[in-house]
Write a protein that binds this ligand. Structure first.
Ligand code: XBP
Ligand code: MG
Length: 251
């Protein structure tokens, strides 16, 4: 029986990367007087490294700057903290909106008594801000368990954050579905034993999603149905609880 939905955040709940995190990174670089700039394409490549601090560190290590090795760790931490500040301001200003179908599905699942959880690589403050600003008042309480960067130092594709969430939920993977947007996220969820629905975005649509239950354009709305890109088909282009239960029972 399907008891819980576990949502990824970046790219899944909201399209946060290109116009959110990327811009916040660039603002932090400018604040520090660095001439680094991550354009849309470059940032897409850098997304191969999950975790913002790890991404900055990787950028320095892969020749993106002339910062001496002993200074890189401290600089990555400082820049990342600054970047989080910028990102939070952007969420406050309403720059980041939920993807199609997300609020609808969260609300339907909560009303039907399903447990809702989050498993993400991003920092906890970012999730709290997103939920507070993008969901109706009080809806933050719908989410029973949140696993974030602070809870799982080994970032996706490592399954650690999903294992943390499953442990907190006291549920077996078979009783849950994960909703993800990326190959790394799918790998993490699969390695934790979860079956996964993938909704792609501009940064992830060309990735491979082996083992996903289904790969969709998005969760769909009645007036803007989702498209199935691979895997199990769907009835009417709207991912609702009936559709999730059908997929869950499917194999
Ligand atoms: C996506 C990530 C994060 C964000 C930036 O996580 O890899 O690193 O790009 O957020 P997910 P931070 O898809 O698992 O939500 O700077 O806070 O890491
Ligand atoms: Mg993601």
């Amino acid at each position: 029986m399907l008891r819980a939905l576990i949502f990824d955040v970046d790219g899944t709940l909201a399209d946060t990367e290109r116009d959110g995190h990327r811009v916040a990174f660039n603002r932090a670089f400018a604040d520090a007087g660095l001439d680094w700039h991550w354009d849309v394409r470059r940032y897409g490549e850098l997304l191969g490294v999950t975790g913002g601090r790890e991404r900055i560190q990787h950028f320095m290590e892969s020749g993106g700057s002339s910062i001496p090795a002993p200074e890189r760790d401290a600089l990555a931490r400082t820049l990342h903290a600054r970047k989080t500040g910028h990102y939070l301001s952007m969420v406050d200003e309403g720059t980041v909106q939920l993807r199609p179908g997300v609020a609808r599905l969260l609300s339907e699942a909560y009303a039907a008594g399903l447990t809702l959880a989050i498993a993400t690589t991003t920092s906890r403050a970012n999730i709290d801000a997103l939920l507070a600003h993008a969901l109706p008042p009080g809806a933050m309480d719908w989410v029973r368990v949140i696993g974030a960067a602070e809870d799982a130092p080994r970032k996706k594709p490592d399954p650690q954050v999903y294992e943390f969430v499953l442990e907190k939920l006291q549920l077996a993977p078979r009783e849950c579905l994960a909703i993800e947007d990326s190959a790394a996220g799918l790998q993490a969820a699969t390695a934790a034993g979860l079956r996964t629905v993938v909704t792609v975005n501009d940064y992830t649509r060309d990735q491979d999603f082996p083992g996903a239950l289904t790969v969709l354009s998005d969760l769909g709305e009645v007036d803007a149905p989702a498209r199935v890109l691979a895997g199990a088909g769907m009835r009417d282009g709207v991912v609702d609880l009936a559709q999730l239960n059908a997929w869950h029972a499917w194999r």
